[in-house]
Structures are given as structure tokens and as C-alpha cells.
Write a protein that binds this ligand. Sequence first.
Ligand code: AMP
Ligand code: FE
Ligand code: FE
Ligand code: ZN
Length: 293
Amino acid sequence: MSQRQNRVDLHLHSTASDGLFTPSEVVRLALERGLSVIALTDHDTLDGVAEARQAAVGTGLEVIAGVEVNSEGDWGDLHFLGYYVDPENGPLRERLQAMRDARVGRARQMVERLREMGMPMEWEEVRALAGGGSVGRPHVGRALLNRGYVKTLQEAFDCFIGNDGPAYVPRLRLTPPEVIQTIIGAGGVPVIAHPIHSGLAAVERLPEFVGYGLRGVEVYYPHHSPEEIEMLLGLCREYGLLCTGGSDFHGPGIKEGASLGSVHVPWECVERLRLEVNYSFMGVIQELKMEHG
Ligand code: AMP
Ligand code: FE
Ligand code: FE
Ligand code: ZN
């Protein structure tokens, strides 16, 4: 197998959410780095997928339709990735739209809090930074940066909009089973994202999530130690889960995640993911056959 066939990155963000590169630029960078399979996994949106796929036409690069969806609440802040979802699936589109609408209200509330804290700024500034995409805290953080209220994006998170920050407002709360079932309903494969970073619940409650239909774990991720990777691989074996991985690239100069293509993801991950999709598809055909005799 050539080096090129081995290059995979299954966790990438673009300007469709809080990344700095457009979907076309993400594809161009992936091609420059010799990748052969990528998944665009923007927060609460599939809007970047069509452009990325268009940019990849004729290049041999596969762009998997992906999405990253959060679930909050008693479970902690857990993130799930959905792979090979149908971007046209109605219930998925509706749910993601609701999540994005809630993100707007929540970002406006954060702007309000910052204003009350003596940092006046306009919601329009944040909206412009999001450029019509899924609005997130990084856009609020960049507005703080532009206004000179902080010196770095990190400082914005550390002092104001981090999970425990004084201007933090939570997102719409979906439960893990709701997220998992929405992904499955759209023909996708649900995978838990960066479980080490999401705290103990992500690992301890894995069997419960498997019960809801979870199919995989993001094992390969920036800064996962060899021991952590081994531990997660062990859990995958125990529960019959597939493993995925990626850089969580958000753009140059952004500390969250790592550089595109910089995390080693074994080719077997892609093969198993593809098999999973085919199995699910065959399952649907089987059900249809039984229904119609
Ligand atoms: P949100 O989904 O709007 O709550 O924003 C979460 C996003 O903020 C993550 O997906 C990261 O892209 C970004 N983020 C989280 N923590 C930090 C941090 N400490 N510094 C920079 N970006 C961060
Ligand atoms: Fe992000
Ligand atoms: Fe995440
Ligand atoms: Zn991510």
C-alpha cells in the first residue's frame, strides 16, 4: 500500500462552523499533504460538505460527510461525530438547524454578558465573523480579540468564555441517546469524539452509550498518549466498536486541535468504517425485503 493511501484525517473544521479555512481550502490543504480520505466534521452543520466535495472532484480524495454534535447536561460536555450521514436527511437537518438557531441566541447572550462586564461590542461583529456559518464561542473570542479586550483567543477562553468562565452560556442541551439516534436515523455511524478530553463520563459510560447505538470511538487524536490509545483500543475490542481518528484541525494558529493530517490514523479505520456503512445499508435492505415479502 502506498504512502498516499495511508493518509487519513477524520476530524476537520471549516468556515461552515468555527474553522478558519473554507471547505475548498481544507480540501486543497489535504491534497497538498497527500491525504486520500478526509471527513469534514463541522459543529452542528453539514453545509460545508457540498463545497468540499466539489473541490475534490477528479482528485481521488474522498470527502466523507461528517458532523460534530455536542450533548450537554448531567453527562458532562460530550461530543459525538456522525460519519457518512445523509446531508439531505430531513430530521437531521431540522435538528441541526435547531442547534444552530440556539447557538445564535446563546452567542447573543454571551455578548450581552460581556457588555455588562464592561466590554461593549455588537452582536453584528460576532455574526460577521461567523460568516453565515454555525456560530460558536471562537467567533465571540475573535470579536473580543479584535476589540483588544484580550491579547489571544486562549485568553478569551481562560478569562471569559471557557466552560467555567463568567460570560459562558451553555448550548442547547441534547442527551447522548438523542444525538446518537439522530445520526443513526440519517444513515450515519455515531462515534464518540476525543473521549479523553471529555472527562471520565465518556469512558465510564461507554457501555451505556453502546446500548443507545454508539458504533465507534475516536482513538487517534492530538496528544493522546500511547497508553491512552492502548486503553481506548482495549475498550473498542471489548465492546466491538470501531476506531477513528483525526486532528480536529480548526485552522493555522488555533491551538484547539492540531495541524491537518498530523495525527496518524491507521488505514484500517477507514476500511472498518466503510464496512459498517455497508452493513447498515444491507440491514435496511433486509428489513425492506421482510416488510414487502
Ligand atoms: P462552542 O461549540 O461554541 O461551545 O465552542 C467550542 C469550540 O471552541 C471548540 O470546538 C473549539 O473550537 C473552541 N475552543 C474551546 N476551547 C478553546 C480554547 N481554550 N482556546 C481556543 N479555542 C477553544
Ligand atoms: Fe470547534
Ligand atoms: Fe469536539
Ligand atoms: Zn472538533
